[in-house]
Design a protein. Sequence first.
Length: 345
Amino acid sequence: MSACPSPIAVSPLRVASADPASDAMQDALRSHLARLRVLRPGLHMHADDVVDAQDFTASGELDAGLRIVVLLEGMVDVSYGPRRVALTSGEAVAGRTRPAGGRGAVVPRALMVSVAEPERFERRARRGAYARRVSVGVGAEWLEQLASASAPGMAAVEAFRRQHLAMHHWQPSTRITALAEQITHAPDLSAPLLHLYLESRALELVSEALASLAQHAPGPAPAPAPAPAPAHAALRLLPQEHRRIQALHAYLQRDEAMDASLDDLARQAGTNATTLQRHFRAVYGTTVFDFVRETRLQRARRSLEHDGLTVGQAALLAGYNSAANFATAYRRRFGMPPKLARARL
């Protein structure tokens, strides 16, 4: 048995295997720990896309809160305390290996677990088993802050989270699936911009998952979940809220805002990150991250066309570590490679 210190909610991570740990298994464990991210106090995330190298069992202790698992493809075999759960997606039900192309549509699955008190967690891996999944953990204190806001649907969330090891299974919406896909295929961005990218998507994934829980709660049928806010929803903001979002919009176009975290921006707007995301989308029809990315790309374009920056320099200005990834994003946005913009000088 070996112990791998984990930086977040499953700690320490203990791994047991009947066979000595292979190099491939040790590499996989190091990679697993590297993908554990604390996005903010009370919100952490893990994304995996892996074929297990050998049979083993990993276990640890979970803090109180909610665990949301979106299985995009493959299978996972986990236990929360005495409750064992085997999640499978679509064509992976009968197979131990990564599904091959052409076997039919893969149907994602989602699971939410209430951990009302610290509890043991265990995952059983089988050699050759494949899983592509995103897990998001929400701490109890963070949930209590949400409950105090008296948001619609929070009564169902409160009732659920107070039931130790209560489970909610559902087929994730197209939006949740898209968010999980974006997390597992995150672009090669600078560290601050990548953190903002992942945090914004994790927050939206949690919001969508909690809405699903409220919709499936027993009792009187809940009101339909609201569609993404149209532009005219901005009219429902209070005047001071509207002014704060406008001020933030102006701030985001300044140099000092480029490396700000979502929490920094929320403080700048005098609100919390969840409300900031909702209000910003209501006023401007886009997320904070997408606006920052667009602003950076436009700035990089101007620098290429007027300041003589190289493509590599423009990539860094736009928040990309890879010039190739920047070129792909630039071509997708402006319909031509960045080297042609520089050629206009």
